[in-house]
Write a protein that binds this ligand. Structure first.
Ligand code: EPU
Length: 431
């Protein structure tokens, strides 16, 4: 299995071009199903997750063609199932529920189950779709959904859910009448999905706020204009932390600085130097950062998807920080691995206390989920000596060309193979 080998302690500096957002590409790819025709999409990152979503589109009978402008043809949908072998690889396959119900009146989607960061139920997806007239049965590990006619409705989510909001939105665009979604997720990725759907003829107001109003239309069709997926704010945030933790300076280009506001605020609070341009943000530091207390929250709060990366940075801060995770109940798996690198972190329920250390030292660590892996990469960049990160496949799900991008700003990083010896015998002994 592939691993990532890092020799830490080098200041990274230079420019990183940020890719399209994974978490916008996934709903947009499956949303093509509600608008029959040939779609053209730009800025879709090449990731394991986006190829899983293309496999799902293939399984339901839609062809796709990769390229700088990706093409997805949803003129015909032959099957209305998201099978277990795909859903277990990628939870976001559950996003097929809304679009398939809207397109086919029927959807059979394998239940995703829990994952490394929490139990992650989909009750809100189902409740929202039920409000639009869908009926569900759970059987054989699948959610079987049916609807004769989608009807607009008023629905308030009990908890803010990103993919839940997206699922209901993708169905509501084709419902009879008006749908009002309250306590909706206001994440930029939801807004980008809405922008895509509007390009296909949908009528949506308020996306990007907690109240979304959808005036249903009888049909949608693929837009002749290619949709460009918005930049990945989490990828950008990760590289900004890389600039700071390595005591260098990284400039992320092709970003939307407004989407990064909560991350920029925290980086400034820890004493990093942050500059912001129209479509770029740079961050760096020339010494240790200060401790800070943060709490994750739905957008525009501090994103849970940046919590692990920030914890890596705070492991090296002067003073004691407290990080509270309010979104997922089990998103501290990286803490124990950071401790292997020399961090001092104590977990108490949803709060972590991080006693900043002057240095970290390289070790072999295990990636448990995507963002946990990113935090280990960041810690490895700052640690003295060599860090090896096992289970690299998590990173391939969400960071496009990571090794290439990090190398370009001066990191000593390469892919390795698990179990390969790292220390060669001295030449004299090896003969
Ligand atoms: N929740 C429920 N019921 C539901 C849905 C969610 O109780 O029906 C709870 C969850 O258990 C969690 C909270 O609501 O405690 C928020 O979960 P949400 O549904 O918003 O998460 P998600 O939609 O499954 C997306 C991103 C995640 C990101 C979260 C939070 C995608 C494909 N995934 O997940 O991204 O962490 O929103 O912002 O958009 C990642 O990229 O690494 C990642 C995990």
């Amino acid at each position: 299995m592939d691993t990532l080998l890092l020799d830490g302690g080098r200041p990274l500096s230079g420019v990183v071009r940020i890719s399209g957002a994974k978490n916008a590409s996934l709903p947009i790819l499956i949303a093509t199903v509600v608008a029959p025709g040939e779609h053209r999409l730009r800025n879709v990152p090449e990731l394991v997750d986006t190829s899983s979503m293309l496999s799902l589109l293939g399984r339901i009978g839609c062809a796709s063609l990769l390229g700088e402008t990706m093409r997805v043809d949803t003129s015909r949908v032959a099957f209305c199932e998201a099978p277990y072998d795909l859903v277990r690889k990628m939870r976001a396959s559950v996003l097929a529920l809304g679009p398939l119900l809207a397109r086919c009146g029927e959807a059979h989607v394998s239940l995703p189950g829990g994952c490394a960061i929490g139990s992650r139920p989909i009750d809100q997806h189902l409740k929202g779709l039920e409000a639009l007239g869908c009926r569900f049965e759970l059987d054989g590990g699948y959610v079987h959904g049916r609807v004769d006619r989608l009807r607009g409705a008023e629905f308030a989510f009990d908890v803010v859910t990103v993919t839940g909001t997206e699922n209901v939105l993708m169905a509501a665009v084709l419902a009879d009448g008006t749908t009002v979604l309250d306590n909706a997720a206001a994440e930029p990725e939801v807004e980008d999905l809405a922008r895509f759907l509007v390009g296909c003829g949908a009528r949506i107001e308020g996306a990007g706020t907690s109240r979304i109003v959808v005036h249903g239309v009888p049909s949608l069709k693929a837009s002749p204009v290619a949709h460009a997926v918005l930049p990945d704010r989490i990828e950008a945030g990760t590289y900004l932390v890389a600039g700071v933790i390595s005591r260098g300076n990284i400039r992320c280009e092709d970003v939307r600085p407004a989407d990064l506001a909560p991350v920029i605020e925290v980086l400034r609070a820890v004493g990093a130097e942050v500059e912001v341009g129209p479509d770029w943000v740079s961050a760096g530091a020339d010494g240790r950062v200060r401790a800070v207390d943060i709490e994750t929250a739905p957008h525009p709060g501090f994103p849970t998807d940046m919590q692990a990366q920030l914890m890596a940075l705070l492991s090296l801060a002067k003073g004691t920080s407290r990080v509270t995770e309010t979104i997922f109940e089990n998103r501290f798996m990286h803490a124990a691995e950071l401790v292997r690198l020399g961090a001092q972190i104590h977990i108490d329920g949803r709060a972590a206390t991080i006693i900043g250390q002057p240095t970290l030292s390289g070790a072999t660590v295990m990636a448990t989920d995507l963002r946990a892996s990113a935090s280990l990469v960041l810690a490895g960049l700052a640690a003295e000596g060599r860090t090896e990160i096992l289970r690299l496949y998590h990173l391939d799900r969400g960071y496009e060309r990571l090794v290439e991008k990090l190398s370009a700003v001066g990191a000593a990083v390469e892919r390795g193979q698990e179990g390969r010896p790292r220390f060669a015998a001295p030449a004299a002994v090896a003969g």
